[in-house]
Design a protein around this ligand. Sequence first.
Ligand code: RUB
Length: 310
Amino acid sequence: MQKAVRRIISDIKSLRIQGARNIARAALRGIALEIKASKARSLSALYKELQQTAVALASARPTEPMLRNTINDVSRFAFFQIKKDAKTVAQAKQLIVKKEEELLKRMEDDVKRLTEYGAKLIPEGATVMTYCHSSTVTGILKRAHEIKKGISIIACETRPLFQGRITAHELAEANIPVRLIVDSAMNAFMKNVDICIVGADAVTSRGDLINKIGTSTLAHIARFHDVSFYSAAELYKYSPLTVFGQLERIEERAPDEIWPRAPKGVVISNPAFDATAARYISGYITEVGVLPPQSLFAIATEKLGVKIYE
Ligand code: RUB
């Protein structure tokens, strides 16, 4: 495997590349890099190399359907389409790289549409609480600021890796009023909040949301205060296997992210994500509009081209 691709994998594992969209985009870039540099002499050798790269990239973060769905698109394309259309390795390489460019473009178009729906949804002068760092959410907030909604943001710092600081920094650079609070201050500040918007790592067939650990706490507190709670989720965040009863696996990360050199005898648990039940979610902001949690499954299934009747 190319050194640059191994680097992408280690950057995803270490969270130097973080957030579902950035991870999926980096993986696509990784596939294109590998294919462009491939020395395969036959179509089957090229396909094998693609599969190995795809599996290595897809396993870099286990709780990421967008990563898996996007990589699946390239693999399926290579398997079915290239067999049909490519006569030489050079042609196949060209087709795969073109597919990668198309997918990146589609991701950009989708998030642009989603951003517009999200910005429209935010009330004038609203205080918005957010959690962790989601490029989709910061995109919505920047757009809302651009169309002069007069918003201000409360960002939770998001222990243990403080992705909330990335959010706060990015919004401050965009001249959006932003306040950073510790996660345990969520409840104290919720009475000043008009709307909560978080990102999404995965959405299940029941409409439950899997996102950074602590998201469900925020959703429960928002419900207690009657504040609406939205998740910004492109349809590619949907996890298709959940309709067949498979649970989305929650990634367990290294204990030293919480306490490096912890004393012997202290057991540390460090799940990266938690699940928020659909009933706490006012809606998903997607590229086709703001959807009730229960309907995301049908629309995403269609977009992903997953067949559930056969
Ligand atoms: C990031 C996180 C984000 C989602 C969505 O977790 O939970 O809310 O990934 O991000 P981590 P985006 O920092 O562990 O990757 O909207 O950018 O896809």
